[in-house]
Design a protein around this ligand. Structure first.
Ligand code: TXA
Ligand code: MG
Length: 347
């Protein structure tokens, strides 16, 4: 694609500047693509009602056309404008968790451009909880289709610098609102059936959802890799760092032995470990990504850790495994997708 001049704005989320928001909103109203922060990761937004505007997102990201986009809206009324109806369980989820890191899959009423939903009869909607995202949505009064603002296949961006590296010259604008909060994307919940089904784990845990709507299932494809995922995007390579990532299931000695073996074969090894293990591990580069006791912290730092290694200095990245509980479920889902292999210690 030809290069575009990308405009930049830096906005303090605690004191949102309306002039800058108006400028960014004007580009969105002009059907151009603008990246902005949400509470999960940065999104690349465009008018969800306009096919050409949405096409600009697919082109900038290099995203496969069969992967539908999430529509971001300002409030519940705006959800009603793009769906046939809101089932009871979705009402409960919206009231309990939005604005927030939750995407609901509902029956589409056909208002959004057909490339938003990639031809599906359903549409993903979410009300983000970030002052900059909310101000933009209010200023342009458009539903905004917005996938994560990374080149397709790369880790999602949690800072404006990440977006700049992937999309400068490919999008009309980037709004820098500082680092995002949650660090992994929203939880995608299918509400078109009898009970809620989690298609992608994320910022709201299964336990959180069950407190509000009772028994909630995981899409079988999340549990068994042979199943076809119901969320089209879940089948693609995702979150991949520059160097191959090996996910290591085992204790710290096992992780160290894997580093040692690679180094003996002249490989430069980067590791991603928890705070608890950082002092004890020896490797060429060590990235700390939060505490094993606070998996929310690991989520916050995960993508920037994956992005921190360059093939100029590192040949292989090893990452420790985390417990698949609470936010650990989303963290491990992303790591398994990012990894080229999983290495498991013999018991
Ligand atoms: O936190 C987030 O959700 C971020 C921020 C920017 O809001 N957005 C995000 O979008 O992660 P994206 O495009 O990277 O991921 C959207 C996911 C994909 O796995 C896609 O397949 C799924 O949602 N999805 C979207 N619409 C769907 C639908 N109608 N049915 C099933 N899955 C859908
Ligand atoms: Mg994405």
């Amino acid at each position: 694609m030809s290069t575009t001049e990308t405009k930049f704005w830096t906005i303090d989320p605690s004191n949102v500047d309306s002039i800058q928001i108006e400028e960014a909103a004007a580009l969105l109203e002009d059907n151009q693509a603008v990246a902005f922060p949400t509470e999960t990761v940065y999104g690349l937004g465009a008018n969800a009602l306009d096919e050409q505007a949405v096409q600009g997102i697919f082109a900038a990201k290099g995203r496969p056309a069969d992967n539908p986009l999430i529509v971001h809206v300002a409030d519940k009324n705006q959800i009603e404008e793009v769906v046939t109806h809101i089932p009871q369980m979705a009402h409960k989820l919206i009231d309990a968790f939005t604005p927030g890191p939750l995407t609901l899959i509902l029956e589409s009423n056909g208002s959004c451009a057909s490339n938003v939903t990639a031809g599906l009869s359903s549409v993903g909607v979410r009300i983000p909880d970030h002052p900059v995202a909310r101000a933009l949505l209010q200023a342009c009064r458009l539903p905004l289709a917005a996938p994560s603002a990374n080149r397709s296949g790369r880790p999602s961006p949690t800072s404006a610098e990440h977006v700049y590296k992937d999309l400068n010259g490919r999008v009309a604008g980037i709004v820098d609102g500082g680092a995002t909060g949650v660090g992994v994307e929203s939880t995608v919940v299918d509400c078109t059936g009898d009970r809620p089904v989690i298609l992608r784990p994320g910022g709201i845990t299964k336990e959180d959802l069950e407190e509000v709507v009772g028994p909630t299932d995981f899409d079988p494809a999340l549990v068994n890799q042979k199943e076809k995922p119901k969320s089209p995007g879940m089948k693609y390579t995702h979150y991949a760092p520059e160097a191959p990532l090996w996910l290591v299931e085992g204790d710290l000695d096992f992780l160290q032995s894997q580093v040692d073996q690679l180094q003996q074969n002249d490989k430069r090894v980067g590791v991603i470990v928890s705070k608890e293990h950082a002092e004890q591990i020896q490797a060429d580069e060590v990235q700390v990504c939060g505490s094993r006791d606070h998996l929310n912290e690991v989520a916050v730092h995960l993508y920037s850790a994956l992005r921190s290694f360059s093939t100029e200095t590192i040949d292989v990245i090893l990452c420790e495994s985390f417990p698949e509980q609470g936010m650990g479920y989303a963290v491990m889902n992303r790591l398994k997708k990012a990894a080229t292999q999983v290495i498991t210690q013999d018991k």
